[in-house]
Design a protein around this ligand. Sequence first.
Ligand code: GLU
Length: 473
Amino acid sequence: MTKTRFAPSPTGLIHLGNVRTALFNALLAYRHQGIFLLRIEDTDQERSEDQYVQQLMEDLRWLGADWQEGPEHDKGHAPYYQSQRSDIYADYYAQLEAQKCVYPCFCSPQELAVSRKLQRVAGQAPRYAGTCAHLSPEEIEQKIAKGLQPTLRFRVPRGESIEFEDVVRDTQRFSTDDIGDFIIRRADGTPAFFFCNAVDDALMEVSHVLRGEDHLTNTPRQLMILQALGLPQPTYGHISLIVGADNSPLSKRHGSRSLKELRAEGWLPEGIVNYLARLGHAYGHDDFISFAQLAEQFDTQRLGKAPAKFDEQQLKHWQQQAVLQADEERIWQWMNEDTRARVPPESKEAFVKTVHPNLLFPSDAQVWASILCTDDWDYAEDAREELRNAGATFFEHAIAALEEAQVDWKVMGKVLKTASGKKGKGLFMPLRAALTGMTHGPEMSQVLPFLGVDKAKARLQKAQLIAASERLT
Ligand code: GLU
């Protein structure tokens, strides 16, 4: 059975980068009717906060990436918070100690820093020098008696090669001679990432790990731990990182915001999911599809090795698709309170129907609510220009055409065309400018009935005055 997982450290809000990792894992599990597991890697007690756990669970649900196993969904491998698994880890530390695969290390952070510096100066890649690798039991006892608290290091065998098949990057080969003995338990007794991440994947029966390529060099270390413990090894796939247009890792500078912020701005989950699923994974088409379809067509063979470039315009494209697909009630709820307060209850449906194709964010609806439902707006500069160019007489004819056609836009256009001798843009643009203060926006055939004859007439009269007065100056 395919079991994937998302294993975030709850030390902050999740961003598009980790959302994509979660998404790929969810898609792979759903694709094979497997299980998508959520595990909270909260071993850094200082920085982990429950509010971030709550937020990331809300974020995953909002996206539609629900987990079938994890917090609130125990499938027999609880607890799913690493901070609550110390007893389980203790057994595995004991096993490694009994096998002499590990040793206590008393080197202080300062000593380690000096050692690294010396290695760098000598042109070597810094790795643990092995200072504590061969302490006698007496030496260890003495140090402990002095009150020193050791870390626990994994003894890396020398002269071996670690190989694995990466589902994205094919065969990966590492020489153990390039890997220094590494810490698997911190001096304060808390488990280090290499250890608990690997042990939990095995104990929770995770079959596939898709994670960022920044973890690639961690994998041989984790494989060694699993091998020493006789635990099963998952299949790993290291996905390319998301980069900005300048090829540097995605950051705030590139417009990367937390999912919470994106949601507050009105981005819809379907758009985000359609975008992220394609960022580093080729679908071979640009159809806007559901989460279930994205999963059905997900294929690890289609994951790319090249860095995935973040493009806000693309994200907006998928947002547009998501907004267009959303039904009108949902769009109404998505609009902000200010907008809903401005639209009279009896006009709600007509309002949504009129503006829906022109919306990208709730803030757009707010602009249209003030234009269509209030007189509390000003002309855009290019709209004012349209009024000036059309001239006062044009609007005199427009008022007459409105009186004749009422709110039938087509008829009004015809009547006005005959009366003014104008056509095309020269005919419609000044009318749009007069009735909405803008040179772009919703279909006028819907705007006009929405405004009604009286309001439309008042606006045409105002436009006529502006055209007349600005002609004089
Ligand atoms: N807690 C780790 C992280 O957030 C998990 C890495 C992994 O997916 O293995 O980076």
